[in-house]
Design a protein around this ligand. Structure first.
Ligand SMILES: Cc1ncc(COP(=O)(O)O)c(C=O)c1O
Length: 402
């Protein structure tokens, strides 16, 4: 007997969670493993945000709220889009959910019919294709390699669109590559999309504030205002305010789409927990210095990792432009022999070798749709990153020609 519905059969568990579990299993055997698999800021949530949740609960904000978010939080989200992105949205065009992930799930649940396609430029966030499959859709994953800066080109977009295309997903800065799109890049994609009026655009901007080398962020909504009625901008407090466990994401989009997503949410989870919404409100309306402090730390670590990888023969890493990952090319290691006599044939082998020989956990590029690469999270203390790079360097140095 199977307990599992057929729609779940093609869906894989999260690869970064799997990497973290493998690290934990080795740790349970007493091995000192450095886990660079999961990506979440290592800073504590700022105190004023924690206090706001506490005070809200003490005030009695412990009941159900409106499904799409409290009026105060939706207003704060609308104000954020106006202040930071120059975008005008009214409260009925805003939805608050349990993380950006639930926003994306609601959007797909509300719109996908069986067999509809979603264009997911690879490398992509691991959850995108799995959510699309879970909801009856078909992921279309054009490979955007290092040669295009891991960015989707207008030509690749045009080639990926069919009459069944329902969504294009963009993610900037990107997980896992850190790639960022500039105004001209987005306008060029917008020109292609203008020719295909059936395509909705989901712009996942959750890493908006983690941007390096003084770059200014350009929202898809800013670059392509003419596509406003088919654009959903996804964001949240998780990455900018070190709040991954609080589970608050939000989106802005056309009212009929937001209304449909709201229906999905009200029938599945009702709302985000009231004290968590109060915390998100404090994050968006309170002092913003923490955002700059976090960004400065991530920039320092990005620099440290880029320099460290450059010193390891066989590995490549163009400097990530944002987010807190390094998507490291490992083509130079393929075909080499490990001290145990095994030959490294792909990035999954490389990741297993780095875990078993170097005691550093990472995620293979195969999980993100572009090989041979592996992803490490740089959201960890500088000293840990230095140690991890030294271990990776030693493991690589122990490889021999086959
Ligand atoms: C691109 C991207 N979108 C969304 C999420 C999930 O965000 P949240 O924690 O708000 O659900 C992540 C988390 O890793 C991510 O990398």
């Amino acid at each position: 007997m199977s307990y599992v519905a057929s729609r779940l059969s093609a869906v894989k568990p999260s690869a970064s969670m799997a990497a973290s579990l493998a690290a934990k299993a080795l740790r349970a055997k007493g091995v000192d493993v450095i886990d660079l698999g999961l990506g979440e800021p290592d800073f504590p949530t700022p105190r004023h945000i924690i206090d706001a949740a506490h005070q809200a609960a003490l005030r009695g904000e412990t009941l159900y709220t409106a499904a799409g978010g409290t009026p105060e939080l939706r207003q704060a989200v609308a104000d954020k889009f106006r202040r930071e992105n120059g975008l005008d949205y009214s409260a009925d065009e805003i939805l608050v959910a349990n993380g950006a992930k639930q926003i994306i799930f609601n959007a797909l649940m509300a719109t996908l019919n069986e067999g509809d396609e979603a264009v997911l430029p690879a490398p992509y966030f691991v959850s995108y294709p799995e959510m699309v499959k879970l909801l009856g859709g078909v992921p279309v994953t054009p490979v955007c390699g290092a040669d295009s800066g891991f960015r989707l080109t207008p030509e690749a977009l045009e080639a990926a669109i069919t009459p069944r295309t329902k969504w294009l997903f963009l993610n900037m800065p990107g997980n896992p590559s850190g790639a960022v799109y500039g105004m001209d890049d987005l306008k060029a994609l917008g020109a292609v999309l203008a020719r295909h009026p059936q395509v909705l655009i989901l712009s996942d901007e959750i890493y908006e504030h983690i941007l390096f080398d003084g770059r200014a962020f350009v929202s898809f909504g800013q670059a392509c205002p003419e596509l406003r009625d088919r654009t959903l901008i996804v964001n949240g407090v998780a990455k900018a305010y070190a709040m991954t466990g609080w589970r608050v994401g939000y989106a802005a989009g056309p009212a009929p789409l937001v209304k449909a997503m709201n229906t999905v949410q009200s029938q599945s989870c009702t709302s985000v927990a009231a004290p968590m919404q109060a915390a998100a409100l404090a994050a968006l309306t309170g002092p913003q210095d923490c955002v700059d402090e976090f960004r400065a730390a991530f920039q320092r670590r990005r620099d440290l990792v880029v320099a460290g990888v450059a010193a390891i023969p066989g590995l490549t890493l163009p400097p990530p432009e944002g987010a807190f990952y390094a998507y490291i090319g490992c083509a130079g290691l393929l075909g080499k022999r490990t001290p145990d006599g095994a030959i490294l044939t792909n990035d999954t082998d490389v990741v297993a070798y780095l875990l078993n020989a170097g005691h550093v956990s990472s995620v293979p590029g195969a999980a993100y749709g572009v090989s041979p690469f592996f992803r490490i999270s740089t959201a960890t203390a500088d000293a840990v990153l230095v140690e991890a790079l030294s271990r990776i360097g030693n493991a690589v140095a122990a490889l021999t020609e086959a």
